[in-house]
Design a protein around this ligand. Structure first.
Ligand SMILES: [Zn+2]
Length: 138
């Protein structure tokens, strides 16, 4: 009986940290599938469409825990229609810098120019260095 409260406190703490893997609230409406492809020393740990109007992609990245150096790169976000056609591409970067070896994940965000109803799949992929206009997404 005395173990019930600590268990609930722990579950709440995990949920508050956003680390829960199971469904915590009611299942959301099905959204696009995400493919997260990190690279070098960056791991892309999440990607989702933000609730509300517009088509804002958000998520978090973190540095490889075995790597304490800098991570130079950015993210390519590609949205695909149900037909498999790429309908939008955006480049973005994560906010903030990796300073501590076990620091928190850093957020990223990109605004897609297509309606969310048209998006069936979203790829988020690491790309090295800075994004240039001539750079291919493929
Ligand atoms: Zn790029």
């Amino acid at each position: 009986m005395s173990t019930r409260i600590p268990t609930r406190v722990l579950a709440g703490a995990i949920a508050a940290l956003g680390l829960g893997v199971g469904p915590i609230a009611a299942a959301p409406a099905p959204g696009p599938a995400f493919t997260l492809q990190g690279g070098q020393h960056l791991r892309i740990i999440s990607g989702y469409l933000r609730d509300g109007p517009g088509t804002a992609v958000r998520g978090f990245v973190r540095r490889d825990p075995l790597w304490s150096g800098s991570v130079r790169g950015h993210l390519h976000i590609t949205a695909y229609a149900a037909t498999g056609e790429a309908i939008d591409r955006q480049a973005t970067t994560w906010s903030g810098r990796f300073t501590e070896s076990h620091g928190p994940p850093l957020p990223y965000r990109a605004e897609l120019k297509v309606a969310r109803a048209d998006v069936a799949r979203i790829d988020v992929a690491f790309a090295p260095g800075r994004h240039t206009a001539s750079e291919s997404f493929e």
